[in-house]
Design a protein around this ligand. Structure first.
Ligand code: FAD
Ligand code: NAP
Length: 582
């Protein structure tokens, strides 16, 4: 498969260096973690596999890549100056602009001097005698630190299905999540795209503009809502900047961690005419907020059927060939898999050189020298794009040999599914933190908000440990078990737990089927984290501290104070409240 980077510069291995914290990954999570650690006076080292910052936006350079949370909200909120000085050009910023933003943040906060690029962490081992993590990289570095922080990303381990005959194919094979930095010119080529998830849906309309023929191999049809992307005017940007903190606060109080107006009413209590009007209006605004048309859409199958029917009617009204339209109409729960947001996706199938191949019943048989074979038919291709997604949530953890107390590896512990208290830490792995780990809202929230909240919690925790002289922090088994149980229980109230998505690991054969992100809503989760902290780290053991857990009084970063009218809610309450987009 064609790789993202070229050759990496030689450098000698570093052996014996000691830090307060080692951070793995320099996406938004690793960058903000480094900023906070340095602010607290900790020594820190970040290792990043790529040759630049930005994580997702460094690797996913495929044509059409852009965010699906509005740019003015899909950005850091920790610095009012940063918010004021940066100008997003579009409602949904394209990948190059988000990558520029990441580079701007790295420069503005002088982060690069503590990041070592082109270096993959291969192993992290807890030294029980020394109470520290010993970290090894693929460049031969051997360093140690009191804390080891995984900022490895939820969607950073590309899924490359092992199709038969891959090595026989004469043309290049690309993965959207590891796109060549130099870009790819498909002009005049016969291109095949495998997959119809978000990455495919964004790239297909652009690839179709270049390719002489485009063949899309679809296993599962996908719902998608128009983005109606547009340029942002200076007046609009100014209207937000005039009171950015207010928008950020409103966003933090939403189940999704980003703000948009939503309707708490029931779809089932509305008349068909009212519903159609509501859906038409929401479709005309576009984007993920479409799922907030009614409050019960992800709780009641009958309610969901109404929005699914509407979306299918839209597909049929756009796609001219009825057979292709039928194939493009999903028959599963609307919004069960991550909802896609597109620009001209369904319209692309009206172009004469674009065809859709159904591989739901007869899978891709093999790659041949000249193309891809399905059901005995060879589709001739010059290049193939695998938009086949990621080993989500735990894929990048799996690639690192993480060994905790008594030689237990994280991979062994997580064999039947990930287990972590608050998605932050796991029993047996003291002082190992995970930013947006499994069991936290992570991918169900606007991720930069989720990242900032985790990083602030961890930084506050580390600062507190220093204040009281604690050596290690580790969850208590009962607390971890109870949290994992709660994460599972809450997921059951949502229709999202019922389908074969990457949220449950179902996209990769052989993975355990567990609903991995916390679906109870972002503010509920934040409140729980705050309570754990102000209770003196309830559910954790802090060892080696002469002072008690709670003294001196520990405080969480103020902006994470949850509005008082939000209580920690039970699964039943989630359902009763009809919280959209849970
Ligand atoms: P990442 O950005 O994934 O960064 C992790 C970094 O860790 C990577 O650079 C990786 O190279 C490095 N790494 C991993 N393992 C190692 C190792 N062993 N050694 C060294 N380095 C390592 N979220 C939203 O909220 N809104 C969106 O619109 C949105 N759009 C997305 C679009 C795409 C195409 C994808 C794939 C994801 C999108 N996401 C979106 C989710 C996105 O991943 C997050 O928003 C966010 O960028 C994650 O930041 P991160 O730092 O946690 O992880
Ligand atoms: P994805 O949603 O997992 O989609 C992967 C696609 O590949 C699916 O259609 C899948 O089919 C198909 N596929 C996988 N293996 C296959 C095989 N062996 N044969 C045929 N088809 C196969 O991955 P993604 O599109 O990269 O998106 C992942 C997530 O990243 C998104 O859900 C979103 O959170 C984020 N993202 C966001 C944006 C954005 O708009 N900002 C853009 C890209 C990604 P099945 O459905 O049948 O498994």
């Amino acid at each position: 498969m064609t790789a993202n980077t070229g050759t990496r510069p030689e450098r000698p291995a570093e052996v014996g260096a000691v830090f307060d914290a080692i951070v793995v990954g320099a996406g938004f999570a690793g960058m903000y973690m480094l900023h906070r650690l340095r602010g607290l006076g900790f020594s820190a080292r970040v290792y990043e596999a790529g040759d630049g910052v930005g994580g997702t936006w460094y690797w996913n350079r495929y044509p059409g890549a852009r965010c699906d949370v509005e740019s003015m909200q899909y950005s850091f909120s920790f610095s009012e100056e940063l918010d004021q000085e940066w100008n997003w050009s579009e409602k949904y910023a394209p990948q190059p602009e988000i990558l520029s933003y990441a580079n701007h943040v790295a420069d503005r906060f002088d982060l690069r001097r503590h990041i070592v690029f082109d270096t993959r962490v291969a192993a992290a081992t807890f030294d029980e005698a020394g109470n520290c993590w010993r970290v090894e990289t693929d460049r031969g570095d051997k360093v140690s630190a009191k804390f080891c922080i995984m900022a490895v990303g939820c969607l950073s381990a590309p899924n490359r299905p092992n199709f038969r005959g891959l090595e026989d194919f004469r043309g290049p094979i690309y993965h959207t999540g590891e796109w060549p930095q130099a870009g790819v010119d498909f002009t005049g080529l016969r291109v095949g795209v495998i997959g119809t998830g978000s990455s495919a849906i964004q790239s297909i309309p652009i690839i179709a503009q270049q390719a002489s023929a485009l063949t899309v191999f679809q296993r599962t049809a996908t719902y998608s809502v128009p983005a109606w992307n547009e340029k942002l005017t200076p007046e609009y940007r100014q209207s937000i900047k005039a009171d950015y903190p207010a928008l950020r606060a409103k966003a933090r109080a939403r189940p999704t961690g980003f703000y948009f107006p939503f309707n708490m009413e029931s779809a089932l209590e509305a008349s068909p005419e009212e519903r159609d009007k509501q859906y038409e209006e929401a479709w005309a605004s576009g984007g993920l907020p479409f799922l907030g048309s009614y409050g019960d859409l992800l709780f009641e199958k009958a309610a969901n059927d109404t929005i699914a029917d509407f979306a299918r009617r839209k597909i049929r009204s756009i796609v001219k060939d009825p057979k292709t339209a039928d194939l493009l109409c999903p028959d599963n729960i609307f919004g069960c898999k991550r909802l896609c947001v597109d620009t001209g996706y369904f319209e692309t199938y009206n172009l004469p050189h674009v065809r859709l191949v159904d591989v739901s019943k007869t899978p891709i048989e093999r790659f041949t020298e000249n193309g891809i074979e399905v059901n005995g038919v060879e589709y001739p291709l010059d290049a193939v794009v695998c938009a086949t997604g990621f080993a989500a949530m735990t894929g990048s953890f799996d690639k690192i040999r993480i060994t905790g107390r008594k030689g237990l590896t994280l991979a062994e512990k997580w064999r039947a599914g990930p287990r972590a208290y608050l998605g932050v830490a796991s029993v047996g792995f003291p002082n190992l933190f995970m930013i947006t780990g499994p069991g936290s809202p992570s991918v169900l929230a606007s991720m930069i908000q989720a990242i900032e909240q985790h990083v602030d919690w961890m930084a506050d925790c580390m600062g507190h440990m220093r204040d009281i002289g604690a050596q290690t922090i580790e969850p208590v088994l009962e607390s971890e078990d109870a949290w994992v149980e709660h994460v599972n229980e809450v997921s059951k109230v949502s229709l999202r737990s019922t389908c074969s998505s990457w949220y449950v690991g179902a996209n990769i054969p052989g993975r355990p089927r567990v609903f991995m992100p916390y679906i109870g809503g972002f503010p509920v989760y934040v409140q729980k984290c705050n309570e754990v902290m102000t209770g003196g780290f309830t559910g954790f053991v802090l060892e080696g501290a002469p002072a008690s857990n709670a003294e001196p009084k520990v405080r969480f970063t103020e902006r994470w104070r949850v509005p008082l009218d939000i209580e920690v809610i039970s699964p039943a309450a989630v359902a009763a409240r009809r919280v959209p987009v849970v």
